[in-house]
Design a protein around this ligand. Structure first.
Ligand code: ATP
Length: 788
């Protein structure tokens, strides 16, 4: 148990600073031995030096408060009765209150060493006025939703099977097609409509459509439709007696997706499409031979083999497992494969599956019958595609995807779902409201708390929010903090009034009933945001837990999901109202996918991006890609801590919340370890920003002490590598992960975590590791400064 006694608080003041104080007179007030006095002297001198150096940052005064048996020094302007000349009274009152809070905090604690606590409102870098920065924004109110269903078009009019359409309407509430569906489905059905046209050869297709525009149904509906038509055609002809339609025909369609979650999601949509009630089909069952299946790893291979042997007509899978079965499962028949869908193609490449994809394509090319090598003409139905049709889907279309298109598709047709953003590799829904907040590192945690608190108030509890972090450790840390620190603080804050306590933490007796301190729980009531369930999802969780969390959050009416980019791609989580990008994405593609978890199918949605003052240039990067975000002031967000009828300074409450977070963290070595690991992993993840963004997101631009504060740490850990045993490439844990990856565990979703600094330095000699070297990343720390 760490304590908070003898804290020195750095503090903004408007009157004379410590420079005008006699250090000696202050030292007289300090009780204790020479060691203690020496320590205080050094600290005061340091502050004096900083103040004199005249840097642009906010002026600083050291404040030492009396704690228990020891005396610390208060700033003169706050202890003096002569404060009448001060220009900003309310601010100063706030400061006094913050001091009192500190006093209260500290007086209950015991006699341990002096520790420096930096105030979250001091020494923050100047924030460039974003309005002066001439960042033009667009008025989203003028734009129509770009991914909404179009009322004047119907699926039946496009030629889709009536029963299939009715089933989709009944089960999924899907009535009218979206823009991309309207454009692509007729082309994917083209050989049916134009089967007399011998030149029509089931063209390959590249689908670039915005997030939430219904890409899954765009390719699934035509495939299912055509298989139904083939069945009906054969029923109506002589082939009925010697029908080749059975499961033994093997796999006719393969849908390849980057993650297991996505595969499961697509599989469940497929099951719905194929499960047309017999009552609709005049008592018949839909073609019994069309069997959906999914193989995604994580399951025993033997059981997958058995299912493949029986026959899976439409197979949803992840690349590692598919290649494994193509290479090793003899009973896996792909000779008659007619459709290959590469869903979330950009993500497939990003996760390093290019070689796997090439091998898959090679095997399929060798084994699949083409028009020229038809062994026997099984199907005379005009709906039977004459050659394998490849459909590539991606919400973004960058160079690597274009390269994949080059070697996996032949003469493809490009279909874009958004008329407004033709030619743009990145496109976000028009109706999505995008904002950003420039937050000094020390204010990040309280600002996140403010946003989450403001979203869940008594009037508005039923909504879902996703908060994106850069790596697993930061998810774990924040999850634990928001689950447990409220409870902890409740016991600790007996020395402030009940009114203030409720104001600060919004503590509600009922909200704690369902919560406990088991941080292993995957979804649990938050004690910081009362009555709200918290979920977490990242690549380091067991597959079983990931599936449970995904399903629970999906079904839940309200809640907050803390996650890495593992949840950014393709996952259809209904009714998400707000996306918070607490850590900026390491790639612009991720920005598009993250914000795409809201504003789906024409619905409204909000997204807010956190940026450090040094990262403001990122807004211009977004702008050049036609992504327009409006600024929100951090003060405006923090103001929500103060209810309208209360005359309080938001800084007082924000400071208190930060202190309580810190108290919780320092109450237990486990919590400190979690915070340090999160801090270290955050820095490592930061170093993986793409080269084109290194001028904005550069580790050497980070003030590590301030970043640490954002993790509730009072000083930056001095060795970021040793804090995270998982980065040790010799550890068995690390080895297991490498093995897992080889076996096709494609969903870790947070590549930064496994990168050791040494490896990064070796791989990226031109970036900050070359300039600043490995050791520069470890400092400067408060500790080091002290020594210096
Ligand atoms: N025409 C439609 N009308 C109403 N809802 C639809 C329509 N098409 C699809 N949907 C629903 O929209 C949701 C999103 O679909 P889907 O996941 O396929 O989007 P997506 O374009 O693949 O998004 P992302 O790029 O984020 O993966 C699903 O719940 C689906 O059932």
């Amino acid at each position: 148990m760490m304590d908070n006694s003898n804290l020195i608080l750095n503090f903004v003041t408007q009157g004379p600073t410590v420079a005008n104080q006699s250090i000696r007179s202050k030292l007289k007030e300090v009780r204790g031995g020479w060691k203690e006095k020496n320590r205080v002297r050094k600290s005061l001198k340091r502050e004096l030096k900083k103040t004199n150096s005249g840097n642009k940052e906010t002026s600083l005064t050291s404040t030492i408060v009396e704690t228990g048996s020891k005396t610390n020094v208060l700033p003169e302007e706050l202890t003096s009765k002569k404060q009448s000349n001060q220009t900003n009274k309310s601010s100063n009152n706030g400061e006094k209150e913050i001091l009192n809070q500190f006093h209260n905090h500290l007086s209950s604690d015991s006699n341990n060493k002096t520790q420096i606590i930096s105030s979250i409102f001091t020494r923050n870098p100047e924030i460039v006025d974003v309005h002066e920065n001439k960042i033009s924004t667009k008025n989203i109110a003028n734009y129509k939703p770009s991914n909404a269903p179009i009322n004047d078009t119907s699926f039946i009019g496009m030629g889709l099977n009536v029963d299939l359409v009715a089933n989709v309407k009944d089960k999924l509430g899907v009535e009218n097609p979206t823009n991309v569906q309207k454009k692509a489905i007729p082309i994917l059905l083209s050989s049916i409509k134009n089967h007399n046209d011998t030149n029509n050869k089931d063209t390959d297709i590249v689908l670039q459509a915005e997030t939430g525009s219904g890409k899954t149904l765009t390719y699934l509906l035509p495939i299912v439709h055509r298989l139904i038509c083939i069945t009906n055609d054969l029923h109506n002809t002589d082939q009925k007696t010697s029908s080749p339609l059975s499961r033994s025909i093997g796999t006719l369609a393969i849908i390849l997706t980057p993650t297991r979650e996505l595969a499961k999601q697509i599989f469940s949509v497929l099951e719905i499409l194929l499960n047309i009630p017999p009552s609709r089909l005049g008592g018949r069952h839909l073609a019994h031979w069309i069997v959906p299946g999914s193989i995604t790893g994580g399951e025993k291979k033997q059981s997958e083999k058995a299912r493949l042997r029986k026959g899976i007509s439409i197979l949803v899978c992840t690349p590692g497992r598919l290649l494994d079965h193509l290479s090793n499962t003899k009973s896996f028949i792909v000779e008659h494969l007619r459709w290959l869908v590469l869903d979330e193609a950009d993500r497939l490449l990003e996760l390093g599956f290019e070689e796997t994809l090439q091998n898959i394509l090679k095997i399929l090319d060798d084994r699949t019958e083409t028009e020229n090598n038809l062994k026997n003409n099984l199907f005379t139905s005009p709906m039977w595609p004459k050659k394998r049709q490849t459909i590539l889907c991606s919400a973004t279309l960058k160079d690597d995807v274009k390269r994949l298109v080059g070697y996996s598709l032949s003469n493809p047709i490009y279909i874009s779902g958004n008329d407004y953003s033709k030619g743009q590799p990145y496109s976000t829904p028009n109706q999505l409201k995008q904002t950003y907040v420039i937050t000094p590192a020390k204010l990040r945690l309280v600002t996140l708390t403010a946003i989450l608190k403001s979203l869940f108030n008594d009037k508005n509890m039923d909504q879902k929010v996703i908060v994106f972090f850069s790596c697993c450790d930061t998810v774990d840390f924040h999850f634990d903090l928001f689950v447990n620190s409220g409870n902890f603080q409740k016991e600790k804050i007996n020395n402030i009034s009940k009114d203030d306590r409720e104001l600060i933490m919004n503590i509600d007796e009922k909200s704690h009933k369902g919560s406990n301190s088991k941080s292993k729980e995957l979804h649990i009531l938050s004690t910081v945001i009362p009555k709200v369930r918290l979920f977490k999802l990242h690549g380091d969780l067991l597959q079983r837990d990931r599936t449970t969390t995904f399903n629970e959050f999906s079904k839940s009416k309200s809640g907050i999901l803390f996650c890495t980019d593992v949840a950014a791609r393709g996952l259809d989580l209904p009714n998400v109202a707000k996306i918070v990008q607490y850590d900026p994405p390491t790639d612009l593609k991720d920005y598009v996918h993250r914000v795409g978890r809201t504003a789906r199918l024409g619905k409204k949605g909000d997204a807010i991006l956190f940026l450090l003052p040094s990262e403001i240039e990122y807004i211009n990067v977004l702008k050049t890609h036609e992504i327009h975000a409006e600024p929100v002031q951090v003060e405006a967000l923090l103001e929500i801590f103060v209810p309208k009828n209360k005359n309080k300074d938001y800084k007082v409450i924000a400071t208190d919340i930060q202190l309580r977070f810190e108290e919780y963290i320092y109450s237990d070595t486990k919590c400190i370890t979690l915070a340090r690991k999160a801090y270290s992993s955050f820095i490592r993840a930061y170093a993986t920003h793409s080269a084109s963004e290194k001028h904005i997101f550069h580790v050497k631009k980070l003030h590590l002490g301030h970043i640490a504060k954002g993790f509730g740490l009072r000083e930056a850990p001095s060795n970021i590598n040793s804090n995270n045993p998982k980065t040790n490439s010799n550890s068995s844990n690390s080895k297991n992960k490498m093995k897992k990856k080889k076996n096709g565990d494609e969903t870790r979703g947070d590549k930064p975590r496994n990168l050791s600094l040494k490896r990064l330095a070796e791989e990226d000699v031109n970036d900050e590791f070359a300039i600043g070297s490995y050791s520069s990343l470890l400092g400067p720390t408060t500790k080091r400064k002290k020594k210096g």
